[in-house]
Design a protein around this ligand. Structure first.
Ligand SMILES: C[S@@+](CC[C@H](N)C(=O)[O-])C[C@H]1O[C@@H](n2cnc3c(N)ncnc32)[C@H](O)[C@@H]1O
Length: 420
């Protein structure tokens, strides 16, 4: 059983190896971790700053590559999953989003529970636990006829070419019909997931004319303005080809072992569309590890950003019955998180863990990590410390055709709790 003292020693002595699959609990390479004690409400704890994970590490599996607002990189949950859970133990994410935590846990042979108030979340996550073969997807797509008489209930001509729209509408009708008749299978769910991801974006790999990235669909009025400003009209995009290409890309790096692990995790997986404050579907003491990032203060409007994805899947966000938290003040945010932590304490087993990520420090004046510490403690957890992952990166900027390398820092802050 891993104790607080073990983690303290591990973090102090941590030194990143390029291949994180070999992390050993008591690796004692040259230490680079900066440890600074802080006092919060009379509790003294350590802030550990280091590059604990990085994009330079072993590439994340291609199956993750679905865009979602405010998602984290797979290396973040991988760090905690490898350190704080064993094979077959249950890893849970109450704010699952595109499912980065649960997919990484599944790939690593853990059992999973995924929850999110956004009904799109499970539609994006679940199919990737049972990925079909490319040939099965292509065969199914070829069987779905394009019907140019399918009528669209809203004007989408500013996003899509007429022929592309007919293909989208025919696919949508087929998928909704299969769902309604309870005939939907893994291949249908996969196609719906990929199509949802390819609706709008800024390259020819999407169904739409140039627009914002796929997880930030703009309104029709705004798209008309974008088209005018860029002097563009939607060109024809082949929906079947785009779905096939994205499928191939998502499946390109998945190994036989990872595929096996995912399908084993799928057998016992629980996908919930609900409020993280109340998850009666999860048994008390079932969860070994939670790795999560909550909605932050009013920065992302999940329902508004996703209107086109919700339309494609015929989901009315107002009727889904689950409110997506949009706290505008630290006080409002704290009240929601207090209830979330009480529920997390119930579902965690004793000696279980919660790694709670509160985003980058950049552009924010509020230290949410320091607000989270007393919330977790009053729910009954012990706070083990705050991890600050500071990652140097270089990016290429292109000014007047001259490429310059610029460097910057990505910072994630994670508050780590243990249930004693
Ligand atoms: C920061 S995102 C999580 C992203 C995730 N870590 C990933 O990698 O995709 C926060 C998520 O919380 C969800 N959410 C907001 N309020 C919620 C609530 N009360 N209960 C459950 N989920 C909620 C949002 O829909 C969003 O998907």
């Amino acid at each position: 059983m891993v104790s607080k003292a073990d983690i303290d020693l591990y973090l102090r002595n941590f030194s990143l190896s390029e291949d994180s699959s070999n992390i050993s609990m008591f690796e004692t390479n040259k230490s680079r971790t900066e440890v600074s004690p802080i006092e919060l409400n009379g509790v003294v704890l350590n802030k550990y700053t280091n590059e604990f994970w990085t994009h330079r590490q072993r590439q994340a599996c291609s199956i993750h590559e679905i865009s979602y607002r405010a998602c984290f990189k797979p290396q973040l949950p991988r760090f905690f999953i490898q350190l704080l859970s064993e094979e077959d133990s249950v890893v849970y994410d109450p704010f699952s989003g595109r499912g980065t935590t649960v997919l990484e846990a599944g790939l690593l042979g853990r059992r999973i529970i995924s929850n999110d108030a956004n009904p799109l979340s499970s539609m994006l996550v679940r199919p990737r636990f049972t990925p079909p073969q490319l040939s099965e997807v292509q065969k199914r797509l070829a069987e779905i006829p394009t019907d140019s008489s399918v009528y669209s209930d809203i004007d989408l001509s500013m996003f899509f070419h007429k022929q592309t729209l007919s293909e989208i509408l025919s696919l949508r009708r087929y998928l909704l019909e299969r769902r309604k008749r309870n005939k939907e299978d893994d291949v249908d769910r996969w196609i719906a997931m990929v199509a949802t991801n390819r609706l709008t974006g800024h390259s020819t790999g999407f169904f739409s004319v140039y627009t914002l990235p796929p997880n930030q669909a703009v309104s029709p009025e705004r798209q008309i303005k974008i088209n005018k400003a860029r002097n563009q009209i939607p060109q024809y995009r082949n929906v079947r080809d785009i779905i096939s290409t994205k499928t191939k890309s998502l499946l390109r790096s998945i190994s036989k072992e990872q595929q096996f692990n995912l399908s084993r995790a799928a057998n016992s997986a629980l996908f919930i569309c609900g409020d993280a404050r109340s998850t009666p579907q999860i048994k008390s003491g079932e969860v070994q590890l939670v790795v999560t990032s909550p909605p932050f203060l009013d920065v992302v409007q999940y329902a508004k950003d996703n209107w086109l994805r919700l339309w494609f899947n015929s989901i009315d966000p107002n009727e889904s019955g689950v409110p997506i938290t949009m706290a505008r003040s630290v006080k409002g945010w704290t009240e929601v998180m207090e209830a979330v932590f009480i529920e997390l304490h119930r579902v965690c087993k004793s000696s279980g863990w919660v790694a709670f990520e509160v985003g980058e420090i950049k552009n924010r004046t509020i230290n949410l990590d320091e607000h989270v510490v007393p919330i977790g403690i009053s729910a009954g957890f012990e706070c083990v410390g705050i991890l600050v992952n500071s990652q140097e990166f270089s990016k290429t900027s292109n000014i007047w055709g001259v490429k310059n390398m610029k460097s910057g820092t990505n910072t994630n802050r994670i508050v780590l709790f243990r249930k004693n």
